[in-house]
Design a protein around this ligand. Sequence first.
Ligand code: ZN
Length: 240
Amino acid sequence: MRVLIISDIHANLAALEAVLAQAEAHDAVWCLGDLVGYGPDPNECVERIQMLPRLVCLAGNHDKAVLGEIPAEAFNDEAQAAILWTRAVLKPASLEYLRSLPARVDLEAFTLAHASPRQPVWEYILNRQTACENFRHFDTPYCLVGHTHIPIIFAEGSPCGERTPDYNSPTALSTTRLIINPGGVGQPRDQNPQPAYALLDHEARVWHYKRAAYDPRVTQRKMLDLSFPERLILRLAHGW
Ligand code: ZN
């Protein structure tokens, strides 16, 4: 089974469509959460996601904030403005779908968590120290996380290892336990504005990092028309 791995769509339909159009053939999709927040197309993204084959989808912190399960005040001003706007425009069916999503699931060799296995909704795994502590909080060989919007692989050990993505060749998943982040689709933060995703060959245990080509101006124009905070609009062109 070939699995398309995506995360942090953040209501950016142009980025999501670019990934879906350019992704190599796959049989299933695993989405690590944050379908909405930040971007201008929340209903469209929630509806599009549900059409994907053999979908496993998590809820992220922005999804939970839109549902009122996390206070909007817990976010910075710009994120909060987008959350409040999203709450106002989401259709009942979209809200119902978001409400149905778990924040963590185990699928055979893989644990999926939006943020971290220790705190599935909120913790950022940005360094080896935090990654190292998190290996105690799941039992499977591999854990897939999103939330930071930065593609990276952490390996269990003392000290824990860290590997940046290789876009040119697939990575064979080691017998060493790993925490893997595919990067973000709708608001990348690794200084590369192109939507990040990955392809997983489930049986062969091979992971391949990818970037899709897309024009962020399509999404930026919609955000401008909706008077979104300027910083949220600008960052899409730069990947921060
Ligand atoms: Zn996110």
